[in-house]
Design a protein around this ligand. Sequence first.
Ligand code: URA
Length: 242
Amino acid sequence: MSGTVRLDRLLANLGYGSRSEVQQLVRLGVVMLDGRTADDASIGVSITADLPARLSVDGQPLDPLPGIALMLHKPVGATCSHKEVGRLVYDLLPPRWRRREPALSTVGRLDKETSGLLLLTDDGALLHRIISPKKHVTKHYVATLARPLRGDEAARFAAGTLMLEGETKALAPAVMEILSSISARVIVTEGRYHQVRRMFAAVGNHVEALHRDRIGGLGLPADLGPGEYRQMSPADVAAIFS
Ligand code: URA
């Protein structure tokens, strides 16, 4: 977002309310811009990176401007969906962020029982750069298995010929490293439905627990606990593609 935007439109797009609700906030005198109470909801606000420091609502700095990218430590049990019943990953963010326009979306999905690094953004170009098969961004998982590894799994995953049940196109080669007799690290570049669970099913095993700890060169920070999120810095975004 750049240039100048009407104050009421800016606040409405950030989820503070409908146009008329944010006009009411301005009338109530709770919107401060550049050290003064804003008294006209139709004024043009110049969009600068420091706007959250210049503009406050109810004494709180303005929410992050559009172009936001987040990393979230997805806990087991939360669903990557805007509308399914039950606990959604979006419930882990401030409620106002559900009403942002452009909307925040997950970058790909983790299934309900999978934990770990999940990215969210309202930047469609960034989302497509991360999920585009052409970019070959790797996704790193740790799988805990129901049965001991047989020993041939890494070769079968690397072959580029493994077929998942119900599919007609073989998987691209994937890397598997043995961590213990019942756990392995798997590195994939595709994002097929329940891919890692189905890869182990295809070699006669069953995934009991699955955790993603890295996307490209971006690791899940050790201090980001399950359910916690953080805004990504430009360096974090660059790390994905490094
Ligand atoms: N593979 C899976 O099986 N589940 C995920 O959530 C991600 C990759």
